[in-house]
Design a binder for this molecule. Structure first.
Ligand code: HSE
Length: 310
């Protein structure tokens, strides 16, 4: 059995417009890279080899908390070193905490002889989300673990459905250099919604899923709309409306906030459109002196994976 594994754990776009807390997909880049190694201390040892700060206390680190949940389920005591070598920026809206939790759980599972299937490890990674923002949602952890699009049909019991999607679907994600904490972005949401809004939202969510499964780009485009969360959260993102309009005018199927923001994603059915949108998004943020990183990627069908082992 391996003594260590180096893991790639992908960023994810969650909510995807109408699917707050239930829909998400994995992208090819960026991603976390972390090395997980067994140790003989019976404890966790977190090492940070990135320039991005992260908690070194195992009780405050999402990765060790998630692995601990898995060890508890197995009734096993085992120490691990978890070395972060590249990290998605926290507070970016592309599943930073989920990538860390998923990567560490997946790596530890490899070193323990694969006692769990991917779908059964999502619940452990969710404990990292609980630590990160107070809510154990699975719309980032499930696609990071399982790849592709995933739908959380139910949280209790946890039921996750993989959703097939067109092969020529391209995602542009722009990450403006501002931080939005998920916990804060959740606090501002309204606790009650109108029946009219609910009807619009569940029609759109069902339409988006049908569109993805049937390769129906017209249906995807008319369904990728969020009338509940986006109107509240978009005020936290400077130039959101301009970025969304530019993406749609350039031919995006849809454009909305990625997770809790501030990243914004757009889906397109051609690489050229996705690249053009990336340029436009960066220009709009630059016009208000906000730097940004931009990523164009297809849907990542695999999710978390082993890069090397030894
Ligand atoms: N569904 C979550 C939210 C994703 O929008 O708050 C953020 O992690």
């Amino acid at each position: 059995m391996s003594e260590w594994v180096k893991i790639f754990s992908p960023a994810t776009v969650s909510n995807v417009g109408p699917g707050f807390d239930v829909l998400g997909f994995a992208i090819d880049q960026p991603g976390d890279e972390l090395t997980v190694r067994k140790n003989n201390t019976g404890k966790f040892h977190i090492v940070n080899e990135t320039e991005i700060s992260l908690p070194l206390d195992p009780e405050k680190n999402v990765a060790s908390v998630a692995v601990k949940a898995m060890l508890d389920a197995l009734n096993v005591q085992q120490g691990f070193d978890i070395v972060f070598t590249r990290k998605i920026y926290p507070g970016s809206g592309i599943g930073s905490s989920a990538a860390s939790s998923v990567g560490a759980v997946f790596g530890a599972n490899e070193l323990l002889g694969q006692p769990f299937l991917r779908k059964d490890m999502v619940r452990f990674a969710m404990e990292g989300e609980r630590l990160a923002c107070g809510s154990a949602h699975a719309d980032n952890t499930a696609p990071a673990m399982m790849g592709g699009f995933t739908l959380v049909q139910s949280y209790n019991p946890l039921t996750i459905c993989p959703i097939p999607s067109p092969s020529n679907l391209f995602c542009t994600v722009v990450h403006p250099e501002i931080e939005v904490k998920t916990a804060d972005a959740r606090k501002i949401l309204k606790k009650d919604i109108t029946l009219r809004a609910a009807i619009t939202q569940w029609g759109n969510l069902a339409g988006l899923i049908a569109g993805l499964m049937q390769n129906d780009f017209t249906l995807i485009a008319s369904s990728l709309k969020d009338v509940i969360v986006e109107p509240v959260r978009s005020i936290l993102i400077p130039k959101f409306n301009d970025v969304q309009k530019a993406a749609l005018d350039a031919g995006a199927l849809g454009c909305s906030i990625s997770g809790s923001g501030p990243s914004i994603f757009a889906l397109s059915n051609q690489q050229e459109i996705a690249d053009k949108i990336a340029k436009l998004m960066q220009e709009i943020f630059l016009s208000v002196n906000i730097g940004s990183k931009v990523f164009v990627s297809q849907v990542n069908p695999v999710g978390v994976r082993v890069m090397e082992r030894g």
